[in-house]
Design a protein. Structure first.
Lengths: 516, 129
C-alpha cells in the first residue's frame, strides 16, 4: 500500500491553508466558467496561465485541477436549467435534465448531478492514483520511437475520431503543428517559419496562442452574435434528493463512472462518447430495477442525468492518467495544463512521477479535496450560479479581453505579443466560423514540439535511418492501431450502408469547445 | 393606442392593469411591448412565450383591440418609444420601482428614459402595496 501512504503525504501537502485556498478559488472559478456557455475551463486556465507564474507549481496545479473539475460540474447547471449545455460534455445531461427541471424537479436534477459528479470524481481520482504510477513506470522504459508513435496516435485519434469531420480535424491539427514549428530549431538553431521577425525566435508562447484562441476568439465570435433571444431559466431552490431519487441514482452513478474513466484515460479522450454511451445504457436499463424509470425516460428520468453526469466527471479524471503518466493531454483543458507544467521548467512525461512525486501526489490529493469542496459549495450555491447567466455579454467579454491582453503582455513584456494575440484571436474566430475543432489545433501547438524532440531522438539513434522509427515492438503495435483507426472506418463506410443521421444534434457552437 | 411597457413581474402587471382600465375609458386599443437587449443568456424581464400567449388571450376576452410585441436586441426604452411613434400612441403606461443608489449608477432606468423621451403623456404606476 505504498500508493496510499504517498497519497497521504499528498493530502498533508494539499491541506495547507494556502493550498486549500487555491483549491477553493479553483473550484469556484471553474464552476463560474462552466456555468457560462461559451466560456470553458480551457479558456479560464489559459487566462490564468500568466497569473500563476507568480505561484509555486503545486498551488497553480491545484487551482487548475479545481477549475477543470468545477467546469465539468458547472456545465451541468446550465444544461439542466437552461437546456443550453455550457460545454460539450453536458449535452447528454441536458436531454433528461432539462425535462426534469421543466417538470418541477430541477432541485433533484441538480442534486443528482452534483452528487454523481462527486462520486465519479472521487472514484476516478482514486483510479488515477492507482493506474498512473504503474503506467508511468512502464512508460519510462519505452524508447523515443514508441513515444513518438503514441503521440502520433493521440493526434490521429483526436483529429479523426472525435468531431464531425475528419478533414476539419486534420486542418485544425496541421494549423496547430505549423504554429508549433515557428522559431529557431532547437538543435541546429536554424530559423523556421519566422518570416524575418526576430521576436519569433523563441517560438510563439503557448499562453499567447491559448489565450488568443480561447479567449479572444470566443469574444470575437460572441461579438458577432451579440444579441440573441434570452432563454427562459427555470427557477430553482436548494438542490435536494428524496429517498426514491437516491435509490434510482446510485446505479447510474457507478455505471457512468465505469464508462467514463477508461474513455478519459485512452489518448482519444473527450467526454462526449462516454456520456453518450452512459445515456444509452441508462435508457436501456431503465425499468429493470424500477418500473417508474422505464416510464419516465424521455420526460425527465433521473437516471438520464445521474449516468452521463458521472461519466463526464469520471472521464475528466481519466484524462489525468495519460497527462501525468505520459505527458499526453487529450482534452483542451489538460493541454493547457500541460503548458502550465512546462512553464515551470518541468518536463512532462513518464519521468514526471519519479522526478516530482510531491507535486503529483499533492495534485491528486487536492483533486479529492476539490471534489468534496465542489459538493459542499455547489449544493447551496446553485441558485447563485443560475443568477450568473444574467451577466450581460458586453461586460463579461470586456473583462475577458482585459485579462487576455494583460496575460499576453505579461509573458515577456513585449507589445509584439499583444499584436500576436490579436492574430490568434482572428484565427480563433476563423476556426469557429469554419467549424474547425479547437482541440486538435491546440494539441498540435503543444504536442508538436514535444513530438519533434522524440522524432529527432529516434532518428539520431539510428543515424537518420527511418527504420529507427519502427524498431520497437510497441511502436509497431501503435502504428498498426493508427492504420486500423484511420482505414477501418473508411472501408466500413464504403461497405456498410450510410448510417442514419446522428442521434443527437449538437448545436454548431457547442461543437467548438470539444473536450474543454 | 395605449402603449404598455410590460415586464413579467408585479410592476409590469400593474402597468398592464392600468393600461386596460384606461383603454376601456378612452375606447382605445392596447399595444403591449416587452423588449430585451438580449445581451445576456437570461433576462428575467423577458416574458416567456406562454405568458405572452396568455396575455394575448386575456386581452382578447376583454374585447380590446390589442397587439403584443416582443422586440429583441434593442434598448427597451427606445423600443417602447419607437412603438409609440409607429402606432401614434396617445399614452404610455410604465411600472416604476424603487432602486438602490448603486443600482442607479450601474444600470440606466427604462422608466426614466420613457418619461423623458416619450412624445406623449406617460402614466407611471406602482403595484398596489
Amino acid at each position: 500500500m505504498e500508493t496510499l501512504s504517498l497519497l497521504g503525504g499528498g493530502l498533508a501537502d494539499a491541506l495547507t491553508p494556502m493550498n486549500l485556498m487555491w483549491a477553493v478559488i479553483g473550484v469556484l472559478l471553474g464552476t463560474f466558467v462552466g456555468v457560462l456557455p461559451g466560456v470553458g475551463p480551457a479558456m479560464a486556465v489559459a487566462l490564468l496561465l500568466p497569473v500563476t507564474y507568480g505561484l509555486d507549481v503545486t498551488s497553480a496545479l491545484i487551482m487548475f485541477a479545481g477549475i477543470y473539475y468545477g467546469g465539468m460540474y458547472g456545465g451541468s447547471t446550465t444544461s439542466i436549467l437552461l437546456n443550453t449545455p455550457g460545454e460539450s460534455a453536458s449535452v447528454m445531461t441536458a436531454l433528461e435534465g432539462n425535462r426534469m427541471a421543466k417538470a418541477g424537479r430541477a432541485a433533484q436534477a441538480l442534486a443528482t448531478a452534483a452528487i454523481g459528479s462527486f462520486v465519479a470524481g472521487t472514484i476516478g481520482t482514486l483510479g488515477v492514483v492507482f493506474f498512473a504510477p504503474p503506467l508511468a513506470e512502464f512508460a519510462v522504459q519505452i524508447g523515443a520511437p514508441s513515444y513518438f508513435a503514441i503521440m502520433l496516435l493521440a493526434m490521429v485519434l483526436v483529429s479523426a475520431v472525435l468531431g464531425a469531420s475528419k478533414l476539419r480535424g486534420f486542418v485544425g491539427l496541421f494549423i496547430g503543428l505549423a504554429i508549433g514549428l515557428v522559431g529557431l530549431d532547437a538543435s541546429t538553431a536554424q530559423p523556421r517559419a519566422m518570416l524575418g521577425v526576430n521576436q519569433l525566435a523563441e517560438g510563439i508562447d503557448i499562453v499567447v496562442v491559448a489565450v488568443g484562441l480561447f479567449a479572444v476568439g470566443e469574444a470575437l465570435w460572441t461579438a458577432a452574435h451579440l444579441r440573441r433571444r434570452p432563454l427562459q431559466v427555470i427557477p430553482v431552490g436548494r438542490p435536494w434528493m428524496g429517498r426514491d431519487d437516491w435509490r434510482r441514482s446510485w446505479r447510474p452513478w457507478l455505471r457512468g463512472t465505469a464508462l467514463g474513466f477508461p474513455f478519459g484515460a485512452v489518448p482519444a479522450g473527450g467526454a462526449e462518447t462516454p456520456t453518450f454511451l452512459s445515456y444509452i445504457t441508462e435508457r436501456k436499463l431503465a425499468g429493470r430495477h424500477h418500473a417508474e424509470g422505464r416510464e419516465s425516460f424521455g420526460e425527465g428520468a433521473i437516471e438520464g442525468v445521474a449516468g452521463p453526469e458521472a461519466a463526464n466527471n469520471a472521464s475528466a479524471a481519466g484524462t489525468l492518467v495519460p497527462l501525468l503518466a505520459l505527458g499526453l493531454p487529450v482534452t483542451a483543458t489538460s493541454a493547457v495544463m500541460l503548458a502550465a507544467i512546462q512553464g515551470y521548467g518541468i518536463t512532462p512525461g513518464p519521468t514526471l512521477m519519479t522526478d516530482q512525486p510531491d507535486l503529483i501526489w499533492a495534485l491528486l490529493a487536492s483533486l479529492l479535496i476539490g471534489n468534496a469542496l465542489l459538493l459542499v459549495l455547489n449544493l447551496p450555491l446553485a441558485p447563485v450560479w443560475a443568477k450568473l447567466l444574467r451577466i450581460p455579454r458586453p461586460q463579461l467579454y470586456a473583462g475577458i479581453l482585459f485579462f487576455a491582453s494583460l496575460g499576453a503582455y505579461a509573458v515577456r513584456q513585449q507589445p509584439f505579443d499583444v499584436a500576436l494575440l490579436l492574430v490568434f484571436g482572428a484565427l480563433g474566430f476563423a476556426v469557429r466560423r469554419f467549424g474547425i475543432p479547437v482541440l486538435p489545433l491546440i494539441l498540435g501547438v503543444i504536442l508538436g514540439p514535444l513530438m519533434e524532440v522524440r522524432l529527432r531522438e529516434a532518428l539520431d539513434l539510428s543515424s537518420g535511418d527511418l527504420v529507427g522509427l519502427v524498431n520497437e515492438p510497441i511502436a509497431i503495435i501503435v502504428y498498426a492501431i493508427i492504420v486500423l483507426v484511420v482505414v477501418v472506418p473508411l472501408v466500413w463506410s464504403r461497405v456498410a450502408p450510410r448510417p442514419a443521421t446522428p442521434l443527437t444534434e449538437v448545436p454548431e457552437r457547442d461543437r467548438q469547445e470539444v473536450g474543454s | 393606442m395605449i402603449v404598455v411597457a410590460y415586464t413579467p413581474d408585479v410592476y409590469g402587471e400593474a402597468a398592464l392593469a392600468h393600461a386596460v382600465t384606461e383603454a376601456g375609458l378612452r375606447r382605445l386599443g392596447v399595444v403591449v411591448v416587452n423588449a430585451t437587449r438580449g445581451d445576456a443568456f437570461v433576462d428575467e424581464r423577458f416574458a416567456s412565450t406562454e405568458r405572452l400567449a396568455e396575455l394575448d388571450a386575456a386581452l382578447g376576452e376583454q374585447g380590446l383591440t390589442h397587439e403584443v410585441r416582443q422586440p429583441v436586441g434593442v434598448e427597451p426604452s427606445e423600443a417602447v418609444i419607437d412603438v409609440v411613434k409607429e402606432v401614434g400612441g396617445s399614452l404610455v403606461v410604465v411600472g416604476i420601482r424603487h432602486r438602490s443608489p448603486v443600482g442607479k449608477v450601474l444600470m440606466g432606468s427604462v422608466a426614466q428614459r420613457i418619461l423623458l423621451d416619450a412624445p406623449c403623456p406617460v402614466l407611471a404606476v406602482k403595484p398596489s402595496p
